[in-house]
Design a protein around this ligand. Structure first.
Ligand code: NAD
Length: 506
């Protein structure tokens, strides 16, 4: 531990086969709003830990799969009650280790709760379909079955809701899981697993490993006895996981990755609404949402007014310790994020952008020990090859890109290798329909920010943002496989498609 740090508060452990286990080596968990403060020490899990957790999940799978779906759902009902009981504690933990302001951290806990309620509610929904056969005496069924052992690998920026988007449907459908939270936010992941144990999930159904992605995460993603990898995080890691799954002969994966989302401000937009939408989309969570807007694509006729109001309002946003009253957002997560954001801010200048606001590193007395960076806003004409308007920055970095007609706005929007979230601000119903149909995205919004999902919708992107396996409500398709099942009620055999059953006695 470095000099001047406080005593650790959290001592993390891994949870494997129903037992809490210490690890040989540990990692420090630091407060991003005050990096001198060590919040806890957490296991630096190994490939052997990953293997033990996968073995425990495999052992627990047969009994869990045979448990009534309704009974599995009832455990989520208990979990919902426990989350409601602990909502303030969970929000405080999340705010401390992720830097998300406490009001937003609470909203994330509520989002996790909503997922748990949704999962519980769907327990009594059909698990398949009954369809007609061309032979009157046959019944045909389509039934979903669990796939087996699911590895859940999650990012630091939604460390409570995103794990539940994946753990919830996986477990309800009868899979067993190994959960690896980000090493930036291990405590909130641990508290979630503690609540799941308290709710009564049997030993081995939920296992928790901690540590570095390239060590324990990689070992999990490679493990031959993992059937599905549910991953949310950066494109680089997601792409690696997709390749591992492709090389396996049975493993599948659901990957939700980065973005270069945008708010499109049309010529008929309400200016006040457009500015609100842009500010929330670009700077909430300090620009560290997967759906954060890195671009405001603005009709040239509104440009001057939009830029002036946007910058004025952005200057007044408070970036502070997550527990500060009135704070709009907190710090970045770590030093490498600070370096990356400042590098992209500098790159915008190199790419000849017109810088409209550069708040830089916020290092006054109250913030100099945290990873605080304020809004950076610049105007950039769209042109081929510019990196800042195409690559994910994951910080408070916003390009204002002018356009002259709707066709051009769509071309600008689609000119990135990502496709996660899009908002269009317009009063014209024909216009938003055009954007709805022509833009590449997974989540679309009209007269709203491009952030703000709800759990009963699919959450997933296209291009580099996702592999076509959305999360939240839609995850069920990734963690089950559809089987067909045909039952004959006749006394003899009649084949479909008019084929004669030649083997039968005449
Ligand atoms: P990250 O990719 O660095 O890490 C995500 C998880 O993967 C962590 O648990 C990490 O330990 C693990 N990991 C890292 N290397 C690994 C490896 N080689 N094998 C297996 N696991 C490995 O992402 P992050 O910094 O935690 O999160 C930010 C990124 O996540 C951004 O790009 C953001 O856009 C994206 N994100 C996407 C969504 C979405 O739904 N599309 C949601 C939230 C965040």
């Amino acid at each position: 531990m470095t000099q001047g740090t406080k005593t650790s508060q959290w001592i993390g452990r891994q949870f494997i086969n129903g037992d809490w286990r210490e690890a040989a080596a540990t990692l420090e968990n630091r407060n991003p709003a005050n990096f001198a403060e060590v919040l806890g020490l957490f296991p630096r899990g190994t490939a052997a830990d990953a293997a033990a957790a996968v073995a425990a999940a495999r052992k627990a799978f047969p009994a869990w799969r045979r448990t009534s779906r309704i009974k599995r759902g009832e455990l989520f009902d208990r979990l919902a009650a426990l989350i409601r009981r602990d909502v303030d504690k969970l929000a405080a933990t999340l705010a401390r280790e992720s830097g998300k302001i406490v009001d937003e951290a609470r909203a994330e806990v509520v989002e996790g709760l909503h997922m748990v309620q949704y999962v519980c509610g769907t327990a009594r929904q059909p698990i398949g379909d009954c369809v007609a056969s061309e032979i009157a005496g046959k019944d045909l069924y389509v039934r979903r079955k669990p796939r087996g052992v699911v590895a859940v690998i999650t990012p630091w920026n939604f460390p409570f809701a995103v794990p539940l988007w994946m753990l919830g449907p996986s477990l309800l459908e009868g899979n067993t899981v190994v959960f690896k939270p980000s090493d930036e936010t291990p405590e909130i992941g641990t508290q979630l697993v503690e609540l799941m144990i308290e709710a009564g999930f049997p030993a081995g159904t939920v296992n928790l490993v901690h540590g570095l992605g390239e060590e324990v995460g990689d070992a999990l993603a490679r493990h031959d006895d993992v059937d599905v990898v549910c991953f949310t995080g950066s494109y680089e890691v997601g792409s690696h996981i997709r390749k591992l799954a492709a090389a396996s002969d049975h493993k599948t994966c659901a990957c939700e990755m980065g973005s270069k989302s945008a708010v499109i401000v049309c010529e008929d937009a309400r200016l006040d609404l457009a500015v609100d939408a842009a500010l929330l989309s670009a700077f909430k969570t300090t620009g560290q949402r997967c759906v954060s807007a890195g671009r405001a694509i603005v009709h040239r006729s509104l440009l001057a007014k939009f830029e002036a109001e946007l910058c004025e309002r952005a200057k007044s946003l408070v970036f502070a310790d997550p527990f500060t009253k009135g704070a709009f957002a907190g710090p970045l997560i770590n030093q490498s994020s600070v370096d990356k954001v400042l590098r992209y801010n500098a790159l915008a200048r190199e790419e000849m952008a017109k810088v409209l606001l550069d708040s830089g590193r916020l290092d006054d007395d109250s913030r100099k020990h945290g990873y605080f960076v304020g809004p950076f806003i610049y105007r950039q004409e769209h042109a081929p090859g510019l990196r800042t308007i195409r690559e994910e920055v994951f910080g408070p970095h916003l390009a204002v890109i002018p356009f002259d007609d709707d066709e051009q706005a769509v071309r600008i929007y689609n000119d990135t290798r990502y496709g996660l979230s899009m908002a269009v601000v317009t009063e014209d119903y024909r216009r938003w329909r055009f954007y709805r149909d022509e833009c590449d995205y997974g989540m679309g919004y009209v007269n709203l920010p491009c952030i703000g999902a709800e759990v009963h919708l699919p959450f997933g992107g296209v291009k580099r943002s996702g592999n076509g396996q959305p999360s939240a409500a839609a995850l069920i398709d990734s963690v089950t496989h559809k089987t067909s099942f045909t039952v004959n009620h006749e006394l003899g055999i009649t084949m479909a498609q008019g084929m004669t059953a030649g083997a039968q006695k005449q």
